[in-house]
Design a protein around this ligand. Structure first.
Ligand code: COS
Length: 403
């Protein structure tokens, strides 16, 4: 029988993460939005609570958590604040290509020191370039082998946590002109000579930072190559299949928070002598919002569960990321509407959620890219599907139903 309940340890994790979000993040979300910087103190507490570096295996000093467990933690942290959740979550993205492609010895040498010390440390995922966003294989950053070292040159951008990172996961081209077939991925320690450029000035998720990363004749030893040359793009795609459920989890948290805050407000706010909740125009909006939050959660947990069971999850993680982030945008938009003028006032914090939700539809693959992934997978699935329906779609052999 299918069991939708959480195990006692999963329940404990979910409750603990939610308590963390309510205590450490919710009361500070507006202040963090104004401060426009990474809340290192909250990240430090999240690190100590075991909410970071989730997929690093225990042999390399990590917590060795499943993707399903990640959905529980990041739904809770996203409930607190999407920007803070991005700062806390992004080590999962930075280290996922290494968990997928590196040997345990490489993880122990380059990642273990970052996940076992007293102080929180950060990694940064460096795939995007000014002309290689959705078109990730258009990477211009180069990696050239010189003796027993690799030399990297190029500029990455929109790299989350780069300004505070110690290790950079860099996707580079080893054979310019060969497209994705020449891509490879490298672990690049900050002290190899990585420089940080412009920090983006964003309209939301201000408790996270994204910046340019300059690689100017940066030399790294041979063992910084992750997996094989030519497999960088595949590792990037496999990474995103996994990490998109993390974004979907943050989005689920935002969806749920919008429902909770708007319901509380609608029950208290009296107009025409009764709480505005008593108008179906409002309560039906709230019902739709609750339905979205519930379905975002189910879709996200299902995609993570599939991946944890060794199934290819491209289709399901893209669906989860797409619907959860679109619904986070819709729910926060509706929450502002229900709050009316107060929703538009900074002090009520709904605007922080609303602006934060927008980025969920853009990063780790725009929602248009998710539709490309879903459509590509759909084409593959339908090719092998016998619906039992024999109508010739070209119409030539269609049966005559008129006789
Ligand atoms: N897992 C493993 N391998 C994959 C894969 C996956 N999910 N998806 C594609 N591949 C492999 C394919 O098998 C193919 O390899 P082979 O030729 O060896 O078989 C190769 O990758 C190229 O596949 P495809 O031609 O389908 O890739 P596209 O260039 O068409 O991919 C999209 C297009 C848009 C899907 C891709 O570029 C993408 O996801 N872009 C978004 C990047 C992104 O999310 N950026 C944000 C970064 S984080 S802020």
């Amino acid at each position: 029988m299918v069991d939708y309940s959480l195990s006692p340890s999963e329940q404990e994790l979910y409750v603990r993460a939610m308590e963390f979000a309510r205590k450490e993040i919710v009361p500070r979300a507006i202040e963090l939005d104004i401060a426009n910087e990474i809340p290192i103190d909250i990240c430090q507490k999240a690190y100590k609570a075991g909410f970071m570096n989730l997929h690093i295996p225990k042999e390399a000093g990590g917590p060795g958590k499943s993707l399903f467990e990640e959905t529980l933690i990041y739904e809770a942290i996203g409930y607190g604040d999407a920007g803070t959740a991005t700062s806390i979550n992004v080590n999962n993205l930075a280290f996922a290509p290494l968990v997928i492609g590196a040997t345990i010895e490489q993880l122990q040498k380059y990642v273990q020191p970052l996940v076992t010390g007293e102080k929180v440390k950060f990694g940064a995922f460096c795939l995007t370039e000014r002309d290689a966003g959705s078109d990730a294989s258009a990477t211009k950053t180069t990696a050239v082998k010189e003796g027993d070292e690799w030399v990297l040159n190029g500029t990455k951008c929109w790299s989350t946590n780069a300004p505070v990172a110690d290790l950079f996961t860099v996707f580079a081209q080893t054979e310019p002109g060969s497209g994705y077939k020449g891509m490879a991925v490298f672990m690049v320690p900050k002290d190899a000579g990585v420089e940080i450029g412009h920090i983006e000035n964003k309209i939301g998720q201000k408790a996270s930072q994204q910046s340019e990363v300059f690689l100017k004749n940066v030399y790294v030893p041979e063992d910084c190559l992750v997996g094989e040359v030519g497999k960088g793009f595949h590792i990037a795609m496999m990474t995103l299949d996994k990490t998109r459920t993390g974004i979907a989890s943050i989005a689920t948290g935002v969806c749920q928070r919008a429902v909770d805050e708007a319901t509380k407000f609608a029950l208290k706010r009296v107009q025409f002598g009764k709480p505005i909740f008593n108008n179906q125009g409002i309560s039906f909006m709230l019902a739709d919002m609750a339905a979205r939050a519930q379905n975002a959660r189910l879709s996200t947990r299902y995609a993570a569960w599939l991946a944890d069971h060794g199934e290819k999850s491209s289709f399901d993680s893209a669906i989860a990321k797409l619907v959860a982030s679109d619904w986070a945008m819709q729910n926060t938009t509706d929450a502002i509407q229900i709050f009316g003028g107060y929703g538009y006032a900074v002090e009520y914090g709904i605007g922080t959620m609303f602006r934060g939700a927008k980025l969920l539809q853009i990063y780790e693959g725009t929602n248009q890219v998710q539709r490309i992934v879903i459509a590509n997978e759909l084409k593959k699935k339908v090719k092998t599907l016998d619906t039992g329906f024999k109508l010739n779609y070209a119409g030539v052999d269609a049966p005559d139903h008129t006789s």
